[in-house]
Design a protein around this ligand. Structure first.
Ligand code: NAD
Ligand code: WQD
Length: 339
């Protein structure tokens, strides 16, 4: 059975390709490589000893989607393709709305034309409002009230997909709200390879550790948290990828539209992460305390019960694994895939 993975050359997509291939699925990838390298797919082949089919194309190219659905027997689509940098979305809202909304609309239209019913969509914890109590629970916590265009694109895509699934009861859509994906495959062959200076904590720390950046700025140490620094729910990318396997199985066996958090439910502070990474790489991570980053919440973490109950999904990896695997990837590939 073939699964189409949009954005499959990217960080989460490439790890998901590995899990699907290892589980015996045939994998077809469409990616325009706007934020990734084709080398990641060669590494996926190397890890799994299996081949996958790659189309270098834009998901908004409807004719190309038609070709892909004609040439392959696709049973389910996992839709990762999208732009994802919060700060960039504030500077370039048009590009974000255009890319993120139109990839989804074009994809779902092509799926309808070829009677493909099952879709797994990459949403984000960012769709939750900033005023909720923690932990965040799918059917209880409020959504909307997003603080940036990127967040709104995820929120709007969720609304669109829920409406589309409601109007056609043969469809099966699974919306996955990721918390903070980090780490890398344990082989050290694939991992996160951000362009330019990283915005996110873990890639920033790992580039400090490898000597590409001088020191980390810790954004705020006066939050109402145990050590004053921001608290998040970091999830190992291989656990997250395994979550997609569960979501595909669920989508193929059910109808309707369901939303799931994918997180560990275990809060972790910036300084805890710095300490864990220092232990993993055997070096001190130089840091300075800097002002709070505008828009950051003090604490964000998930209630992972629904995914456990309905998908049978539980994370297996801890903070130590996240740091050790991220460091292996970073130290073996100091310049990412562009070596
Ligand atoms: P990524 O940038 O590594 O992967 C996205 C991939 O999509 C890239 O390979 C890019 O080239 C491709 N792409 C973008 N627009 C495209 C288009 N129009 N046509 C074809 N390909 C296109 O990002 P990621 O971290 O792997 O994230 C995957 C998905 O998960 C994204 O939708 C992102 O918004 C979502 N997400 C990510 C995080 C995170 O922190 N990494 C958290 C929550 C949600
Ligand atoms: C984590 C913590 C920072 C960098 C973002 C997006 C979200 C989702 C995941 C896609 C915070 C602190 C960070 C640094 C720091 N992406 N930090 N110094 O903000 O929780 O979530 O990525 O959907 O939408 O907003 O992740 O890794 O940027 O920050 O002190 O150099 O690390 O203040 O407390 P965030 P992050």
């Amino acid at each position: 059975m073939s699964i189409l993975i949009t954005g499959g050359a990217g960080f989460i997509g490439s790890h998901t390709c590995v899990e699907l291939l290892q589980a015996g699925y045939e994998v077809v990838v469409i990616d325009n490589l706007s934020n990734s390298h084709e080398a990641s797919l060669d590494r996926v082949r190397q890890i799994t000893g299996r081949d996958l089919r790659f189309y270098k194309a834009d998901v908004r190219d409807e004719a190309m989607l038609g070709r892909i659905f004609t040439e392959n027997h696709i049973e389910c689509v996992i839709h990762f393709a999208g732009l994802k940098a919060v700060g960039e979305s504030v500077r370039m809202p048009l590009e974000y709305y255009e890319n993120n909304l139109n990839t989804t609309l074009t994809l779902v239209r092509a799926m309808r034309a070829f009677s493909v019913k099952a879709l797994v969509f990459s949403s984000s914890a960012t769709v939750y409002s900033s005023t909720n109590a923690m932990p965040l629970t799918e059917d209880v916590s409020r959504t909307g009230d997003c603080s940036n265009p990127y967040g709104w694109t995820k929120y709007m895509q969720e609304v669109m997909l829920q409406d589309i699934a409601r109007a056609d009861e043969s469809l099966s859509f699974v919306l996955l709200r990721y918390f903070n994906p980090v780490g890398a495959h344990q082989s050290g062959l694939i991992g996160e390879d951000p362009q330019g200076i990283p915005n996110n904590l873990m890639p920033y720390i790992s580039q400090v550790a490898v000597g590409r950046l001088e020191r980390l700025s810790v954004f705020g140490d006066d939050y109402p948290t145990p050590d004053g620094t921001g608290v998040r729910d970091y999830i190992h990318v291989v656990d997250l990828a395994r979550g997609h396997l569960k979501a595909v199985e669920y989508a193929l066996g059910h109808r309707g539209c369901e939303v799931f958090n994918l997180g560990t439910g275990r809060p972790c502070s910036v300084l805890e992460m710095v300490r864990a990474f220092s232990e993993a790489c055997g070096k001190q991570i130089p840091y300075v305390i800097a002002p709070r980053r505008p828009g950051d919440l003090p604490v964000v973490y998930s209630n992972p019960d629904k995914a456990r109950r309905m998908l049978g999904f539980e994370t297996q990896k801890d903070l130590k694994d996240m740091c050790a695997d991220c460091w292996r990837w970073q130290s073996l590939n100091p310049r990412g895939f562009s070596e």
